[in-house]
Design a protein around this ligand. Sequence first.
Ligand code: CAA
Length: 482
Amino acid sequence: MAFEMVAVVGLGTMGAGIAEVFARAGLRVIGVEADADALATGRGHVERSTQRAVDRGRLTDGERASILGRITLTTSREDLREADLVVEAIPEVLDYKLSLFADLDRICKPETVLATNTSSLPVTAIAAATGRQGRVLGMHFFNPAPVMGLVEVVSTVLTDPALVPEISELATRLGKTPVAVGDRAGFVVNRLLLPYLNQAAVLMEQGLAGRDDIDAAMRLGVGLPMGPFELLDLIGLDTAYEVMGVLFDETRDRRHAPAPLLRELVSARLLGRKSGRGFYGDEPRPHEPVKSSVITFEVAGEEAGELTERLRTAGFKPSTDPDVILRQADRPVIEHAVRLQDPARMVGVRIVGDRVAELAATVLTSGEAARAARDLMKVIGLTPVACRDRAGFVTDALLYPYLNDAVRMYDAGYASIGDIDAAMRLGCGYPAGPFETLETIGLAVVRDGLRALYAEYREPAYAPAPLLDQLVTAGVRAFPRP
Ligand code: CAA
């Protein structure tokens, strides 16, 4: 089927972005909103986004005018009769979607394909509101839609199998990579991404580390494009909360229960970028002066030599009566600290990548020692991430369960290794997919890290996936790929 005229219903952040993507690919687009105000807001999204592209030299004024010229706006659903494809991007409320799809089914010509951009609601239930279940599927884009390279093409058991390659081909025409999946809550990306974001909120609430520290750890240490709280603000806290609720309803996994902090912020209408404030507002960042090299230190544990050398080069003095004892630790730092005469001086340190130093203060660490450790790390060019003395510190506690979830997803037969890797790279801008990351870190290292996390938190989902465990036992270093 030739898709020449498409309609997008709902012109919020996602809908407006999707309309722009279609128009950029040369298709005629009808944008639909409930009233004139919402229509004007939607038009504003597309105008700003394309203007930004012109300002950056990515589009000419003429191309921008053609893109805008291909988009017609209306408040009447009745105008959609001749559309070849309708993509729904209205709020994540099942009742709204059911009533919209029933309407679209009545209005549109029989061959029109009806697609939902839902992040998590069951496509099967949405399709059941129509008399054309074979021509209903999910077309799930990622925020910002003009930038992210993935479209999840979600089919139900009733979707006409011939439609999946047609819609996948359309996604390719839009410059996106399609990944075809079945109808399971969260599909590939949200099923792996949102529990990690939710976990970041839970761990912050439990006092593991602060917002800026967690974001810095994941952005600078792990190399993700955004920290979890920056990304939650981009996605919208209300959307994240809804998606977690749907995941929890399907899995009954305690980790999928929306973080209480999310609920609290959503109730306060602090929704992230769309409302101007979420985890981040417009508060100025505190400026902390770095103390000078009068601090003395001792380094204990593995790789002590390199850290000692970097500190010495920066002008600090190793001392037998140090201000701070830095312990490279892979087990609770307190176990080392209690062996000292003065445990208040010990801080656990772990360097992540080449830019971040996680600093774990124990229940006995003094404020002065914690501050000294932070200043030392800054002076040697590392971003300090302060956290409590818990297994996995910040980065492993957030990264490893996500990797484990990816192994379980593959093992359950939901998606292939290649598709999962591609989905996370293109949908979230990750530098590597979870299987690539697992192989880079080392399967055994991740397995052992998960065991440590499980021993600490006793969270069933942290127990290493049986497949991971077995590959490590078998001495295999890479996942089997066709
Ligand atoms: N609209 C249009 N274009 C945008 C944009 C927007 N909102 N935001 C950024 N861009 C463009 C910029 O114009 C720029 O393009 P050029 O290179 O052609 O000039 C490019 O994107 C990079 O932008 P910036 O340099 O300003 O910013 P950046 O390098 O920090 O990248 C980002 C911004 C692309 C958002 C990047 O931080 C990123 O990839 N973040 C992860 C986003 C993510 O995970 N999205 C998925 C969320 S989950 C979801 O959406 C599913 C769901 O159902 C909840």
